[in-house]
Design a protein around this ligand. Sequence first.
Ligand code: SF4
Length: 337
Amino acid sequence: MDINIEKAVKEIESKGFLDLDLDPSMNLFEAIEDLKKEKNAVLLAHYYQEPDIQDVADFIGDSLGLAQQAAKTNADVIVFAGVHFMAETAKILNPSKKVLLPDLKAGCSLADSAPAGLFKAYKYRYPDHLVVSYINCSAEIKALSDIICTSSNAVSIIDSIPKDQAIIFAPDKNLGAFLNKQTGRNMRLWDGACMVHEIFSLEKITKLKIRNPKAKLIAHPECEDVILKIADFVGSTTQLLKFAVTDNCNEFIVATETGILHQMQKDAPFKTFIPAPPNNSCACNDCPHMKLNTLEKLYLCMKYELPEINMVEDLRLAALKPMNRMMDISRAAGLIG
Ligand code: SF4
């Protein structure tokens, strides 16, 4: 093995990715397409990835859509352009396939807000509670859960549980509070949140609405209640995209990660999409974890098939059980085919 590659492989654990120089004149789009064919690889990208990665992906989607694609792919290699828990989810569903993530350090503040040890102790205090966890959590939290949900299917999942059954909802307290309102439940909420969706500024959004009186505010349910209360529409990333494209309004203030604006603009080129401003000096709200993936890291990860996601089989099987329950309930509710 070339000495530089050997060094880069050794450094994956500390750096999270293969740190190798590339010829700047290289056409990475073509090179990635060639690698897909050569390795029978499928490239799944989350809506929050940078536009270049979305444009070279085979499938773009939110957590539920990508989990479905991962479950039914015939490819030998799944390249996941997203964050760590998403690639882990693909591995849980596809143990025999190689799952690659361009940067292992692409984590998630929401998933990190539920450490497995603390959550296990919390669950132990409420033995009669069923645990419903949002898919944005680690494999260890999935393994401690009874059913997984996404923001697209959460209401159907919760409605499928008998009304008198007590529930713990983890890890997102904002999504949990929104679901309590939607379903009329009083679920016990784990105190976790997403750093991207929690930072929107009510004051700046209100001013933006005054300056753009025709614009509708659309928001992801991971946002705080104060933002959801003034939103014209609340939905998962896919639901926000669909609403923005099909609604007769032509201007939208979008309160979620800004990566989705790329697909909105592609699907509705004559409409205006304004990113909702956060409570800091920036004008838009990028997820720093999602944006760790780059086209260069993606190419290198596909070429050398590293970094790879691996998982102990006992953990995988325990995490698979609540994922399968989610898929069964979603199928029964007609949410997936
Ligand atoms: S946007 Fe929030 S929930 Fe999504 S990956 Fe980033 S930190 Fe996690």
